[in-house]
Design a binder for this molecule. Structure first.
Ligand code: HEC
Ligand code: HEC
Length: 384
């Protein structure tokens, strides 16, 4: 009996020693998000897709690989980076090589219903993605017959993972098919080993593609603007920038109730008094069915706002000057105007020209120049 115990203890030791052997498969390495003290601690990461170094790397390749479209012809390539450009804070921007008005078109040539949103700090947004917040963790699990995708659990509309497959099938974006994309990606020699590193086997499937890209997108964090360096005590603002900051955070101009906090957004939804007639079916009302959500959209983060024009969901303003002029004296009342648009009775805040200059100077301190060339987020140099 005693020998048996000794023997099994010895075998157990061998087993343990075996685990330390370098030939034993290691899992992927967990990715560490930076702890930024002025950003929320709560990260929007689904439990079934924890972030790993290998997953993020694979996601970065796929994010930039036009063959995600499921085609290989030069004219039919499209991936996330076709519309979300690093040099424009992962928004489309005016200087896009193809979409000169800043308004993206899909492979079939049709425009997307709204202008692009930038892909930074998304991991901190727990309040729904898209201008209308449609992509939300509490949405029911469903496949979408409208999109001709099977009713399988990973075709949900809950998080960044969902946005990947939606982009592939959306007629206004890639206008492709899941099967074709999986097929094309699995035939590119570099990928199967990367899928193995990230997910344990070489199998390429849509669930893994969506997970990898979502992992990469979550790692795109922007907190190196002049304003954030100022918060960290590393730099000072000019007099004009300081006056603009005070205005922004004061009741006088009253921007902070909606674009406040260090993320420069509350991620809440408002009607900010642009119109009295509403025709867009994809406003917040289209999601909630609450009539008071007519003409309501998310107040976007203003980080990198200098680069993310044209502005508003419909790109109606071309410059920050036009936006500030609007908030100063261009407001239009409707039954849906949010009460926080406090200066509606005077058509706006009524700023002097100097105040407008100051406010714009402050908005420009929100540009994170380091992000725009950060090699961690850049196109891999060996990807054509
Ligand atoms: C044809 C242009 C185009 C392509 C390609 C594209 N996007 Fe987008 N993206 C958009 C537009 C336009 C929006 C805004 C949609 C809306 O809210 O109505 C958007 C919004 C998003 C959002 C929501 C951001 C937020 O703050 O709510 C995410 C996430 C996103 N895209 C990720 C991706 C990923 C990942 C890919 C690649 C699989 C991709 N996009 C490809 C145009 C594009
Ligand atoms: C009641 C909430 C609210 C207040 C107050 C408010 N905004 Fe906005 N802001 C929004 C909403 C909502 C949007 C998006 C509307 C849309 O897309 O149709 C927006 C959009 C913007 C945009 C465009 C961002 C982009 O990427 O397209 C800028 C710039 C902006 N606001 C700056 C300001 C400034 C400066 C102030 C203060 C003078 C201010 N906002 C006050 C809610 C608000």
């Amino acid at each position: 009996m005693k020998n048996e115990i000794l023997l099994s203890a010895f075998l157990g030791f061998l087993l343990l020693a075996g685990c330390g052997d370098s030939e034993v498969q290691k899992g992927p390495t967990p990715y560490e998000f930076p702890g930024i003290f002025y950003f929320p601690k709560d990260l929007n990461i689904p439990e079934d897709n924890l972030t790993t170094e290998e997953g993020v790397l694979l996601g970065r390749y796929l994010f930039y690989d036009g063959r995600l479209s499921g085609r290989t012809h030069q004219d039919s390539l499209m991936s996330c980076s076709s519309c979300h450009l690093q040099q424009n804070g992962f928004d489309t921007g005016f200087d896009h090589p193809e979409f000169t008005s800043g308004r993206p078109r899909g492979l079939a040539g049709t425009f997307t219903p709204h202008y692009t949103l930038p892909l930074v700090n998304l991991v901190y947004n727990t309040n729904g993605y898209f201008w209308n917040g449609f992509i939300e963790a509490s949405n029911p699990q469903y496949g979408s017959e409208a999109h001709h995708v099977p009713a399988e659990p990973h075709f949900h509309m809950k998080n960044i993972e969902s946005i990947v497959w939606m982009t592939i099938v959306d007629p206004n974006e890639i206008n492709g098919s899941i099967e074709q994309t999986v097929q094309v990606i699995s035939e590119i020699p570099v990928y199967p080993p990367m899928f193995k590193d990230a997910f344990g086997s070489e199998e390429v499937n849509i669930e893994r593609i969506t997970k990898a890209i979502a992992q990469f997108v979550r790692t795109i964090i922007s907190n190196n603007s002049k304003y954030h360096q100022y918060i960290e005590g590393k730099t000072v603002l000019t007099e004009s920038e300081s006056r603009g900051m005070e205005l922004f955070f004061s009741e006088e101009a009253d921007c902070f109730h909606c674009h406040g906090g260090f993320l420069m957004s509350t991620y809440e939804f408002f009607n900010n008094a642009k119109d009295s007639v509403f025709t867009d079916p994809f406003d917040r009302f289209g999601v909630t069915g609450d009539i008071m959500h007519t003409g309501v959209y998310r107040a976007p983060s203003l980080i990198n706002v200098e680069l993310t024009g044209p502005y508003m969901h419909d790109g109606r303003f071309k410059t920050l000057r036009e936006v500030v002029d609007f908030y100063s004296d261009g407001l239009v009342i409707s039954p849906y105007t949010h009460p926080l648009m406090k200066y509606i009775s005077t058509n706006g805040v009524q700023m002097s020209e100097e105040q407008k200059d100051d406010l714009i100077a402050f908005l420009k301190t929100l540009t994170d120049h380091q992000l725009l060339t950060d090699p961690r987020y850049a196109k891999p140099s060996d990807l054509n």
